[in-house]
Design a protein around this ligand. Structure first.
Ligand code: FE
Length: 131
């Protein structure tokens, strides 16, 4: 897939204010408020900025953490991991590898078989229901 590169001004005009703040400025939506936190439909979650498929609904689980959580990603997603030392913590940030937009963070307290929790902002995603 061809990498999506847009200017800050282009992203700003295409995204909602909240999506821009989270996706392009590495913000975080308020816990328990996101559209997909308790969302259980069958389908695919795609990048909220460039629409690359990132997660399947079968990869989602209830973590109780306040944000949509996934135990793995689609093989084709190739989500980028980057060390994030902001807010006095060392965490691993997740970025869409296709457009470098911020998705969330990854933690090692997830369920089997991976033990991984992809903690993702709802506003960084869009949902495509299975037909
Ligand atoms: Fe993207």
């Amino acid at each position: 897939m061809k990498k999506v590169v847009k200017t800050d001004q282009e992203w700003k005009s295409e995204l909602s204010d909240e999506a821009y703040r989270v996706l392009r400025q590495a913000g975080t939506e308020r816990a328990y408020t996101g559209e997909y936190y308790e969302h259980e439909e069958v389908g695919t979650y795609i990048c909220g900025a460039c629409e690359t498929p990132l997660f399947d609904s079968t990869q989602k689980y209830h973590s109780g953490c306040g944000w949509p959580s996934f135990w793995t990603e689609l093989e084709t997603a190739k989500i980028t991991q980057k060390i994030d030392k902001t807010h006095g913590m060392t965490r691993v940030e997740l970025l869409c590898s296709n457009c470098d937009s911020h998705l969330g963070h990854i933690f090692n307290d997830g369920p089997k078989p991976t033990g991984t929790r992809y903690c993702i902002n709802s506003v960084s995603l869009k949902f495509v229901p299975k037909k």
